[in-house]
Design a protein around this ligand. Structure first.
Ligand code: ASC
Length: 152
C-alpha cells in the first residue's frame, strides 16, 4: 500500500476511536457514572440476547446476531472516557481503575479485541465461530469486572 493511503487509513482509525472520547464531556461526576453504567446496561442487554443462541436454545439467525453484535461493537469504545477523575466514589468501580490505569487500559483493549473478533464471527455466519468469540467476550467482561468492580 502507498504511504499516504496507509496514513489516511490510520488517521481515520484514530479518529474513529478518538471522536467518542473527545465528545464525552461531563459537567457532574454523577453524569459520568450514569453514562458509563448506561453503556454497561445496554451492552449487557444486547450480549444477553446472544446467550440463548450460543446455548442453542433458540435458532441461529445470522442477521439478528449481527444486529446485536453491531450494537455491542458501537458501545465498546464508549464507557472508558467516563471513568474520569472525580468519579472514584459513587459507583461500583474499584479504586484500581485509577491506581492501575495501565491494567485498566489493557483490559479495555482486550475487550475491544474480543468484540472485534465477535463482529468478524457474526459476519461469517458460522455459529461455531460465534460461540467461540462470544465466550471470549464473556471471559473478557468477567475478568475486567472481577478486577475493577466492587460487586456485580
Ligand atoms: C454479561 C454481563 C457481564 C458479562 C459477564 C460474562 O451479560 O453483564 O458482565 O456478561 O457476566 O461473564
Amino acid at each position: 500500500m502507498k504511504k499516504p493511503l496507509v496514513a489516511a487509513l490510520l488517521s481515520a482509525a484514530t479518529l474513529a476511536l478518538a471522536v467518542p472520547v473527545a465528545y464525552a464531556q461531563f459537567d457532574r461526576p454523577e453524569r459520568a457514572i450514569k453514562y458509563r453504567q448506561s453503556v454497561m446496561t445496554l451492552t449487557a442487554n444486547h450480549f444477553g440476547r446472544l446467550q440463548p443462541v450460543v446455548k442453542g436454545t433458540v435458532p441461529y439467525d445470522k442477521d439478528a446476531v449481527k444486529a446485536n453484535v453491531a450494537i455491542i461493537a458501537m458501545l465498546a469504545p464508549l464507557s472508558w472516557a467516563a471513568f474520569t477523575d472525580g468519579t472514584e466514589k459513587g459507583s461500583n468501580s474499584k479504586p484500581d481503575v485509577w491506581s492501575d490505569a495501565a491494567g485498566f487500559k489493557a483490559a479495555q483493549q482486550k475487550y475491544q479485541e474480543t468484540v472485534a473478533a465477535l463482529s468478524a464471527a457474526a459476519d461469517s455466519g458460522d455459529l461455531e465461530k460465534v460461540k467461540v468469540a462470544s465466550a471470549a467476550v464473556a471471559d473478557s467482561c468477567k475478568s475486567c469486572h472481577d478486577k475493577f468492580q466492587v460487586k456485580r
